[in-house]
Design a protein around this ligand. Structure first.
Ligand code: AMP
Ligand code: MG
Length: 421
């Protein structure tokens, strides 16, 4: 009798993905996430100085125009353009002047000019300012050459911003220049989103905490410090939820705590369907789990679920895959949850400085950096190579289909900075 236990047929390596499984393309996963995620954080109103780097909760409109009234762009002399002509000419000076914060009080008589300083209100009747460097004066008259351009050196009221204009759009991350714009237009407080709190939980019996003695069969937890730092760079609040052993009850308790402390939970490891993949098992039990076999390299399994009302991203354990999946899936998702909106960076198209033949089926991300305007990639694609993550300054993205890259081929490069790192 022949043995009923038979090995599987040899896989034809031409097909990068096992047949019979639906491999979710990256674009499809993006579309689903974008569709399902919405803002989960509340709003508060804070003073300008406290609004830096916060996400704007509503459109903000100018309370007053900038400038609020016409003022001078230079130090010089204000006059009526109609009183001037071509060639050399003189005008008498009115007594007094218009300075910033101390406008001219009198009335300008016909044919007169008035001393005016930068930022000072344009007196009634004045429509043009001549630069002081273009004038000679004896304190009672000025002499200059025409012709002058009507309206020269005058900043019109509202030429920058009109009262009621939208100055800052909801979803924007407040930058220093935005504070200048808000202040200038009479806005002293901004409606901002509360910080998105993101918990990071590592899983695995093999993990030792950096700084502690490790057995030879243990590895140090590399994902947690990386993911916590990424969250901070993204401008969210990172919550260290610790390391869970490969024990279902303990993992459950730790997930409970993380769900209480955060709006979103990122876990790494235990996300596949192996014996010790307790994360996916728990999410499955809770009934709210989607396991995506993503058509992406590195990082195939991504477990998505809800735990006590909080979304959970079950990232791959492998640090390279964990980072790539965080940048490509978790980062835009965090934006959607935080009120920034779903955002993916635009790639920079650059010539490759490497050679690679890529099979169809999976979108691929290579650890890369730019040198002399060309993308070079880390020598090994082994997804356990953490040194390559650190060597790299960004990722090269190769499309889902097959492609051949040779030196000079244009490839899509995303710097870490473009993701907000
Ligand atoms: P898992 O998905 O749990 O089977 O993990 C996949 C691989 O990633 C294994 O080699 C794990 O040891 C490794 N791994 C999991 N979590 C971490 C971590 N936090 N830091 C470094 N490596 C990890
Ligand atoms: Mg594990």
């Amino acid at each position: 009798m022949s043995d009923p236990l038979k090995p599987p047929p040899l896989t034809d390596d031409c097909f990068a993905l096992p047949a019979g499984t639906h491999w979710t393309p990256v674009a499809e996963a993006h579309a689903m996430l974008k569709d399902r995620l919405s803002v989960v954080v509340g709003t508060e109103t804070v003073a300008l100085h406290a609004a830096l780097d916060r996400v704007l909760a509503q459109n903000v409109t100018a309370r007053r125009a900038n400038p609020p009234e016409a003022n001078s762009a230079v130090d010089g002399y204000g006059l009526r353009h109609a009183d001037t002509g071509d060639g050399p000419q003189t005008m008498s000076l009115a007594a007094g002047r218009s300075a910033a914060g101390a406008p001219f009080q009198g009335t300008l008589a016909d044919g007169q000019a008035v001393r005016i300083l930068t930022g000072a209100t344009i007196p009634d009747g004045v429509d043009t300012v001549i630069l002081q460097e273009d004038v000679t004066t004896d304190a009672s008259r000025i002499a200059f050459h025409g012709s002058l351009k009507r309206g020269a050196n005058v900043r019109r009221a509202g030429e920058d911003v009109d009262a009621g204009d939208v100055i800052l759009a909801a979803g924007r991350r407040i930058a220093p220049a935005d504070l200048a714009l808000a202040a200038a237009t009479g806005v002293s407080e901004l409606p901002v989103r509360n910080h998105l709190r993101v918990a990071v939980l590592s899983t695995g019996d093999e993990l030792a905490q950096p700084g502690e003695a490790a057995r030879s069969d243990q590895i140090y937890d590399a994902n947690r410090p990386m993911l916590l730092a990424m969250i901070e760079r993204f401008g969210f609040e990172a919550v260290d939820a610790g390391r869970a052993p490969d024990d279902r009850a303990e993992l459950k308790r730790m997930l409970d705590r993380a769900a209480e402390a955060a709006d979103l939970i990122l876990t790494s490891g235990g996300a596949s369907a192996g014996d010790e993949d307790h994360l996916s098992a728990l999410l499955n039990e809770s009934g709210a789990m989607t396991m995506w076999r993503l058509a992406i390299k590195p990082g195939r399994p991504l477990a998505l679920g809800m735990w006590r009302g909080k979304p959970v991203f079950g990232l791959p354990g492998n640090p390279v895959a964990a980072m790539v999946c965080s940048l490509i899936f978790a980062r835009p998702a965090m934006g959607a949850l935080a009120g920034e909106g779903w955002q993916l960076p635009d790639p920079m198209m650059v010539p490759a400085n490497f050679t690679k033949g890529k099979r169809p089926g999976r979108r691929e991300y290579l650890r890369a950096r730019l040198r002399d305007g060309k993308a070079e990639v880390f020598s090994s694609e082994g997804s356990g190579r953490i040194s390559g993550l650190s060597w790299a300054e960004g990722l090269v993205e190769l499309p889902d289909g097959a492609c051949e890259v040779a030196p000079g081929t244009e490839v899509a490069f995303y710097s870490y900075a473009a993701f907000g790192l």
